[in-house]
Design a protein around this ligand. Structure first.
Ligand code: PLP
Length: 466
């Protein structure tokens, strides 16, 4: 590609992005394609000679776009949001153009130093004390894996990396039964093993594990010769927003010398609003906390904020320093690749800097407060409409519901009708054994009017007239 062609097609791509965003409200939220439909349209062999960019771009629009689910759609109410605020996309254009590998301080000092400052900004913005240091991980899954590895190494006297897991000492990690699957996978990958993840039953309403039951489980394991290593607390679980009493969990865990990691991947963004911070009271005493600015806050994927009280334990667990990675003569500098499992690192701090500067915290707080309010208003309308059951009450902007008395098959059929229409997109979960429909409001582009559209679409799919 010549420099002139690069300029031309870069402009085209930016223009396309802008008109795509402007067109979102008119598109079906979820891809309406059948499995294999896209695959079959892609040639079986790579071309031997180059093709024209115009043809490639046309195929992108013709073949690829219909197979995309539009995560930036104003009526994306499924899963959790993956907001990419336009200003964050602009920052990502710049990052993509520079395409730097930011693994060490010296491989891009600005990336490291801006990351340090952005994590201080975020830490202060969510009300965590200044004795936390932060690092941007690629995902909450990676942050949780790093935290579990620290739990393992602490419990094994820093010998696990060298010796592997000795046959005798079976480590134990504790959580509620409401935790995200990334916790299970961290336990598998760390070699601790699923049988040693002790999942305590969550309270039927809050989803919280019982601190007394946690204490009893730890004591019983100690008596049985296990080696307790850590506890993972959940704030805003994926299914229904299950939230532990973090302060109580930390009290019990620390009394036994255990490491505490808090998974607030989705809900953590809401902590920029002081009125929501009681939901994670006690997090300030935890050892490790993760939340994803790439979910609700608007920093495009990937951008996971990982706060650690004692970074030296993390670095001791994860740092490898072969000769070619040493930065000689640079004392006191941070190499963030020593804080995470992958070596290579994207420049992720720039989009946070652009996002926080362009919008300011007040704008982001207003967005989150609107989402919470709108979601609660929809729950109230369904409740008072008759024939609807609010299965779990709104936790921030997430609640679950179904038709009163509906069987699992009825609820799944209703959800299919809702999603096949394409106007809104919802997902399901299982609550106390039965299927419920999940609703969360969180799209960056959403307005209050989208709640009315959602209400009408749900009633319509249920055969009711709004
Ligand atoms: C989304 C989510 C995760 C996983 O986040 P990734 O960044 O995709 O790894 C973990 N825990 C909770 C509670 C989540 O909502």
């Amino acid at each position: 590609m010549t420099p002139e062609e690069f300029e031309h097609w870069s402009r085209k791509a930016a223009d396309w992005g802008a008109s795509y965003r402007a067109s979102l409200a008119d598109r079906p939220v979820r891809a309406q394609t059948a499995p294999g439909e896209i695959y079959r349209q892609i040639g079986a062999e790579p071309p031997e000679t180059g093709e024209a960019m115009a043809a490639i771009l046309a195929d992108f629009e013709r073949i690829i776009l219909p197979g995309m689910t539009h995560w930036q759609h104003p009526r994306f109410f499924a899963y959790f949001p993956a907001n990419a605020a336009p200003v964050s996309v602009v920052a990502e254009y710049l990052v993509t153009a520079m395409a730097a590998q930011c693994m060490l301080w010296q491989t891009s000092p600005a990336a490291t130093e801006l990351e340090t400052r952005m994590m201080e900004w975020l830490r202060d913005a969510v009300g965590l004390p200044p004795d936390f240091a932060g690092v941007i991980q690629d995902s909450a899954s990676s942050a949780t894996l790093a935290a579990v590895l620290v739990m393992r190494e602490r419990a094994l006297g820093w010998e696990g990396n060298r010796q592997g897991l000795p046959g005798g000492a079976r480590l134990r990690v504790y959580s509620s039964d409401q935790v995200h699957t990334s916790i299970d996978r961290a336990i598998w990958v760390s070699g601790i093993g699923q049988e040693n993840l002790v999942k305590l039953p969550g309270d039927p309403v809050s989803g919280a594990m019982d601190a007394a039951a946690l204490d009893a489980a730890i004591r019983a394991d100690l008596a049985a010769g296990y080696r307790p290593a850590g506890v993972i607390a959940s704030v805003g679980g994926t299914s229904t927003g299950a939230t532990d009493d973090v302060a109580a969990v930390v009290r019990v865990a620390h009394a036994h010398g255990l490491y505490v990691h808090v998974d607030a991947a989705w809900a953590g963004s809401a902590m920029i609003c002081p009125e929501f911070r009681p939901l994670w009271a006690g997090a300030e005493a935890a050892d490790s906390i993760v939340f994803n600015p790439h979910k609700w806050l608007g920093a495009s994927f990937d951008c996971s904020a990982h706060f650690i009280r004692d970074p030296s334990a993390l670095v001791r667990t994860l740092a490898i320093q072969p000769e070619y990675l040493k930065t000689h003569g640079q004392d006191g500098i941070l190499n963030y690749s020593e804080w995470s499992v992958p070596l290579g690192r994207r420049f992720r701090a720039l989009k946070l800097w652009f996002l926080l500067r362009f919008h300011g915290l007040e704008c982001l707080r207003a967005m989150i407060r609107n989402h919470v309010r709108w979601s609660q208003s929809l729950a109230e309308r369904l409740r008072s409409g008759g024939g609807w059951e609010i299965v779990t009450e709104p936790m921030l902007s997430l609640f679950t519901f179904r038709r009163t008395g509906a069987s699992d098959a009825d609820t799944i059929a209703l959800l299919k009708r809702i999603n096949d229409d394409g106007c809104i997109y919802l997902t399901q979960t299982r609550v106390q054994g039965a299927i419920a429909i999940r609703f969360q409001a969180g799209s960056w582009a959403m307005t209050g009017a989208d709640i009315d559209i959602a209400f009408n679409a749900i009633l319509d799919a249920a055969g009711e007239t709004p």
